[in-house]
Design a protein around this ligand. Structure first.
Ligand SMILES: Cc1cc2nc3c(=O)[nH]c(=O)nc-3n(C[C@H](O)[C@H](O)[C@H](O)COP(=O)(O)O)c2cc1C
Length: 373
């Protein structure tokens, strides 16, 4: 079996390899009459694009997206809109340098997918990792650009909150700072520190990990289902499905184990708009697998890049011991470009659940009930 499709009602199938002609996806299930231009998608691809600072790979990919189907110029509204049919998005690969990989073509990079591909499929595309390359994540970011338009009033923002062992100071969190530094870091002081830290990591021929936090606001209460389609379960699967992700937390995550029941209780009071106000958000906006209307908060841990200059022990495809040192163009901290990818996966999960919720339950809610009703 080959699994290249995400989602249920909002679905996309991604295609392409790191060093193939193009990558992209076909999005199916997008409702009709949603205004959609390539620019709506391009702005998110531009955030993920490589080669934008000395802290990411120098591969120069413009990542220009083309919408090949599923849109139509609607004269009534005077704009291009979705038609409800499959939307094909294509992004050409223009800066492949396959020869960079010829020296390591028969050797496995420890931490990369070559060994397991060979065991499972009997071959692996050593040029950039083929399908295991994070080039594939451009397709996810493109699909996410459409997903963001499906839930009315939804905002999904991500930020890097830890690099290597160094966390940000959350009291300095400022969303406006995220686009002011090359790390998508909301703490301007720590962002300055990360420059020197990552320069040191790179010069040492090493790499480092990161933690990313994604916050979705404007998520209506009621998305998700209590047993096999828990919103938190689907978010965890979607984020864990990003290359190099080894851990996912929702709300306080692993931290809840240390809280008392009193501290963990997100107490409730009625607000002025006939909706409850939660006095804290340890749950990360999800109760019983269903969104509560609070911001949905997810964090994920990204491991250090496997491609490093420092030699490591490995074996080759013929079962011989050898050493490997990876030259060529790589991100010293892949967690940086994982920020827009995490945002996209959260947006896709929320769009999928929004459409499933609408399909089963419809719009609106009867809550709060009238006493005696
Ligand atoms: C944005 C991004 C860029 C990446 N670039 C590289 C890279 O240049 N070299 C590398 O070894 N891994 C890179 N990775 C990670 C690999 O794709 C990933 O480790 C590999 O597919 C094995 O999968 P796993 O780590 O999920 O087990 C990148 C990941 C992301 C999210």
């Amino acid at each position: 079996m080959s699994f290249n499709t995400f989602g249920h009602m909002f679905r996309f199938t991604s295609f392409g390899e790191s060093h193939g002609a193009a990558i992209g996806c076909v999005v199916d299930g997008c409702p009709p009459r949603i205004p959609l231009q390539a620019a709506d998608i391009q702005k998110y691809l531009d955030k993920r694009r490589p080669g934008q600072s000395r802290f990411t790979t120098q591969r120069q990919e413009p990542d220009t997206v083309k919408i090949l189907s599923g849109v139509f110029f609607d004269e009534a509204s005077g704009q291009q809109v979705t038609t409800g049919t499959p939307i094909m998005l294509q992004i050409d690969n223009v800066d492949q340098r396959s020869k960079d990989y010829s020296a390591i073509k028969d050797k496995y990079r420890p931490g990369h997918a070559g060994y397991v591909y060979d065991v499972k499929y009997g071959l692996h595309d050593y040029r950039g990792g083929g399908r295991a390359s994070a080039r594939e994540t451009a397709a996810r970011v493109a699909a996410g650009g459409i997903a963001r338009k499906i839930v009315p009033g939804l905002s999904v923002r991500g930020a890097l909150v830890q690099m290597g062992p160094h966390q940000i100071d959350r009291t300095r969190w400022d969303w406006n700072e995220v686009d002011n530094n090359p790390f998508f870091c909301p703490d301007p002081v720590q962002a300055k520190f990360f420059e020197d830290y990552l320069d040191g990591v790179r010069k040492a021929g090493s790499s480092c990990g990161a933690v990313i936090e994604v916050v979705a606001e404007g998520v209506p209460a009621g998305l998700g289902a209590p047993v096999y389609a828990k919103l938190d379960g689907d978010l965890a699967a979607a984020l864990m499905g990003i290359n190099a992700v080894k851990g996912v937390e929702i709300g306080d995550g692993f931290g809840v184990a240390a809280l008392s029941g009193e501290d963990n209780a997100d107490e409730m009071r009625m607000g002025n708009d006939n909706k409850p106000v939660f006095l804290s958000n340890h749950a990360g906006g999800i109760l019983g697998g269903i969104s509560s209307g609070q911001p949905v908060v997810a964090r994920f841990a990204v491991k250090p890049t496997s491609s490093i200059l420092t030699p490591r022990k490995t074996v080759d495809r013929y079962g011989r011991d050898t050493d490997i040192s990876t030259k060529g163009r790589h991100d010293p901290c892949v967690g940086i470009r994982a920020v827009p990818i995490g945002e996209a996966m959260v947006a896709c999960v929320l769009a999928d659940h929004y459409l499933m919720h609408r399909g089963q339950v419809g719009e609106g809610t009867a809550w709060p009930f009238k006493p005696g009703a």
